[in-house]
Write a protein that binds this ligand. Structure first.
Ligand SMILES: NC(=O)c1ccc[n+]([C@@H]2O[C@H](COP(=O)([O-])OP(=O)(O)OC[C@H]3O[C@@H](n4cnc5c(N)ncnc54)[C@H](O)[C@@H]3O)[C@@H](O)[C@H]2O)c1
Length: 325
């Protein structure tokens, strides 16, 4: 059974602890905060607790390290883990710039270790259903994707809305379109913490001509977690705020009747909602990591996908800083 050392027991880490405790051997729990270590010790009596990350690196029986610490620490902790011969699942994004993400991917590839960023939404059954629709050409030619990730809060001071929220949508958009954008712009402003943009609008254009947009904000009256794909034959919406109808397929699209000599008209048909399995995305993500660590699946893909996301985030950030608000 794969043995796991988890670092970071703040907001997100406990979700990873619960899953890996059920799926693997949870061997180490590491956090700098003594109160957190004390809180989780009784829940995981067989796990060893420490405030010293080096304890995990030094354990020859430990197979893999899961990193759920603040984003600014990811690169260093992931690099040290790989150099110590451990597979790595690192929360998104794996690094704060493309050069560091490239270095992590290179170390993982050279050592044959798994480097998997925690792109949770890629494991969401609704995203898998959308990807299946696109790959089966059910939507016709895909023209445009846009996402809405808005709410009032959680206001972060160490990461802007682009890096904190956009990383989710970006991972999904690149996955659905299977392309990296050739042009991208971001506009936004920091209203609360100087230099930390709270509201960001991003525009992406792909070599195939497809376009995408992301509206990212923690200063908004609506709680929205929505992604829309506009195809020429059908359109599909993933709404994560819906309890049951997570995915809705609209048989709507443009068409050109032969008698109108090139004039476009619109066509509307059925609106349907496929059943989406209620599997917990994080459980599927953890299983995928364990499969990869066990030698099942493509060990390089996840790291490469994570690098692509960081590359785009970095270019969007450059344009965000350069753009007038
Ligand atoms: N996939 C998702 O949906 C999702 C959701 C929330 C957060 N996250 C990601 O998870 C990561 C953690 O976010 P959070 O909100 O849980 O942060 P947090 O601040 O609540 O928790 C981070 C914990 O890491 C500990 N820590 C920091 N440096 C350490 C070190 N060197 N050694 C040991 N412990 C250390 C801190 O003491 C803290 O308890 C972030 O990268 C965030 O982007 C992902």
């Amino acid at each position: 059974m794969t043995s796991i050392g988890l670092v970071g027991l703040g907001y997100w880490g406990p979700n990873l602890a619960r899953n890996f405790d059920e799926l693997a051997e949870l061997r180490w729990l590491c956090d700098l905060d003594p109160d957190l270590r004390e809180r989780f010790a009784p829940r995981y009596p067989t796990a060893r607790l420490t405030d010293d990350f080096d304890d995990l690196l030094a354990d020859p029986e430990l197979d893999a390290i899961v990193i759920a610490t603040p984003t600014v620490t990811h690169y260093e902790l992931a690099k040290r883990s790989l150099e110590a011969g451990k597979h790595v699942l690192v929360e998104k994004p794996p690094a704060m710039n493309a050069a560091e993400a490239e270095e992590l991917v290179a170390i993982a590839e050279a050592t044959g270790l798994v480097l998997m960023p925690g792109h949770l939404l890629l494991y969401h059954p609704a995203v898998r259903a959308m990807k299946a629709l696109i790959d089966a050409d059910e939507l016709g030619e895909v023209l445009c994707v846009y996402s809405n990730r808005q709410n009032l809060g959680k206001i972060r001071a160490d990461e802007n809305a682009l890096w904190s929220l956009g990383v989710h949508d970006l991972s999904v958009i690149l996955h659905l379109l299977d392309e990296e954008p050739s042009e991208m712009w971001a506009h936004g402003n920091s209203f609360l913490t100087p230099g930390v943009e709270d509201i960001v609008f991003c525009y992406l254009r792909f070599p195939s001509g497809k376009i995408a947009h992301m509206h990212l904000s923690w200063l908004d009256p609506h709680k929205m977690r929505k992604l829309t794909v506009v195809g020429k034959e059908k359109m599909v919406v993933f709404d994560d705020m819906e309890l049951e109808r997570k995915v809705t397929i609209y048989e709507k699209g443009p068409w050109q009747p032969t008698h109108t000599y090139g004039e476009w008209q619109t066509r509307t048909g059925d609106i349907s909602s496929p059943k989406i399995p209620s599997d917990e995305p994080l459980r599927l993500e953890c299983r995928h990591f364990l499969d990869l660590a066990d030698g099942r699946g493509d060990p390089l893909r996840a790291g490469q996908d994570g690098l692509a996301v960081v590359r785009v985030l970095e270019q969007l950030q450059t344009s965000l800083v350069a753009a007038p608000a």
